[in-house]
Design a protein around this ligand. Structure first.
Ligand code: PLP
Length: 466
């Protein structure tokens, strides 16, 4: 006997009305995201109040729920899948990846183990191999598919922590920190905030970080590096989150290897430079590291929830992350949870696989180099219009400023208010800057020029109102 609730849901599965409503809404959204305001209007945001209510006693109709989401949710989204959103390092969504994800959502696989999802385990293994090929990493490198680079960094540093403690004859998993030998963390002053968070979460202590000075692009100055040893984790980056600059991996890697230090490269968006022969000079030498963190959901334009930790030292990664329990059946085949902190996970490798298969090597080059070309165009056009450029647009990031911090900050407000495009602010070398990240496949040359015009108009308005 089926309960009333079960009867309702079986009927909904059979009738497909909910899915049809979702499909129709999604299609409308996809079209409008290219042309609508980039940031929601004040009214759109006020309308979100409609979602704020007490948990209803009686449940609601499914089609109505989807319609409500579309009516009030869709207009209040930030249109980062379009061509004129330049905040954070966001990335759009490749249509094929969205399609693959839709199907995968119906599968609702748990990717913990091969036993719980052979299809996911198979695609994870394929992606692992493809990623090694793209980034030029050695065959023993393994991959864990996690939610994003924050988690990937945590995993890479957990593996590093395990290994450098082991080098000192200390099992950190078993013994913890009480009485532990000292280990060191060395990184550049321009490291991403999520690295600092991971250092804190792993108990290594933010105040213990040995900071290395950086140049005007945010790159570690190799001659400022302290001596390294086998109790040290060195963290470098492929793609500074503001300037897009890359550390010089060859000299740093050589020194770290000679000292048997652990090297982690945070390449959340920048590691993909390796996917374009025209940009791969930026990632030269990355193969010498021990662990790497990278996102699918930024430069590669997979939908969200796609980060990857790569690690040369499988034993260290697995030792740092492995769980046990009598009901967990590790097998001969790939068991994804060995390489991730989570146990149950959605099958995120499916969109990653679909994106890479869709692009191929040639498409990957076109995507990645295209982002660089649009960024270079943005930098050139803004300079021609009198904005000061503060970085070399080596990858996809552009930093510009007006004559004064006050004017820059006001200009940012007016850019954001315009709805024409969206860019955020940052501090760079002590100055307020406008921070532009070109990372959606959908950004065209026209989008860049139109956005530059919005910058010029916003600055003119800021000057008038001053
Ligand atoms: C975005 C980013 C992160 C954090 O990645 P999430 O996917 O947002 O967790 C870490 N480092 C760099 C350089 C980044 O750009």
């Amino acid at each position: 006997m089926a309960s009333d609730l079960q009867k309702r849901m079986f009927a909904e599965l059979a009738r497909k009305e909910i899915f049809e409503a979702a499909k129709q809404s999604a299609y409308e959204y996809a079209d409008s995201a290219l042309t609508r305001r980039v940031y929601p209007s004040d009214k759109n945001i006020r309308d979100l109040g409609r979602f704020v209510e007490d948990l209803p006693e009686e449940g609601c109709d499914g089609v109505e729920i989807v319609r409500q989401l579309h009516r009030y949710g869709s207009p209040a989204t930030v249109a980062s899948t379009g061509g004129r959103y330049f905040g954070l390092v966001n990335g759009g969504a490749i249509p094929t990846a969205l399609g693959a994800r839709w199907l995968a959502d119906f599968w609702d696989q748990n990717s913990a183990l091969y036993k719980t999802s052979p299809i996911t385990a198979t695609l994870e293994e394929v992606c692992e191999r493809w990623l090694r090929q793209i980034f030029g990493l050695p065959p023993q490198v393994v991959a864990g598919f996690v939610s994003g680079t924050s988690t990937a960094i945590l995993c890479g540093l957990a593996a590093g922590r395990y290994r450098v403690f082991q080098n000192q004859g200390w099992d950190i998993n078993a013994k913890g920190f009480a009485g532990a030998p000292r280990i060191r963390v060395v990184t550049g002053r321009q490291v991403h905030g999520t690295v600092i968070k991971a250092v804190a979460l792993l108990g290594m202590g933010v105040e213990n970080i040995e900071w290395v000075d950086t140049d005007d692009q945010g790159r570690i100055l190799p001659d400022r590096m302290p001596e390294l040893d086998d109790g040290t984790i060195l963290i470098v980056q492929a793609g500074n989150v503001n300037s897009g600059s890359f550390d010089r991996f060859e000299p740093l890697g050589t020194r770290a290897k000679a000292a048997n230090a652990w090297v982690h490269i945070d390449g959340a968006f920048g590691l993909w430079a390796a996917g374009s022969p025209r940009l791969s000079h930026l990632t030269k030498g990355i193969e010498a590291a021990d662990s790497w963190s990278v996102d699918g959901h930024k430069t590669l334009n997979t939908p969200y929830d796609s980060g990857i930790v790569l690690c040369r030292d499988k034993a260290a990664l697995v030792s740092a992350l492995q769980a046990s329990g009598s009901y967990i059946v590790y097998g001969e085949n790939r068991d994804g949870m060995l390489y991730t902190p989570e146990m149950s996970r959605r099958a995120r490798a499916i969109e990653l696989w679909a994106s890479l298969k869709y692009l191929g090597r040639r498409g990957l080059d076109e995507l990645v180099y295209g982002l660089h070309e649009r960024a270079a165009q943005m930098s050139d056009e803004l300079r021609a219009d009198g904005f000061g450029t503060l970085n070399e647009a080596v990858f996809n990031q552009v930093l510009v400023a007006c004559e004064s911090d006050a004017l820059t900050e006001k200009t940012i407000d007016y850019i954001q208010e315009s709805g024409e495009c969206w860019a955020g602010g940052a501090k760079w070398q002590g100055r307020s800057v406008i921070r532009i990240s070109v990372c959606s496949w959908a950004t065209t040359e026209q989008d860049v020029s139109r956005s530059v015009q919005a910058f010029v108009d916003a600055r003119a308005k800021a000057r008038r109102v001053k």
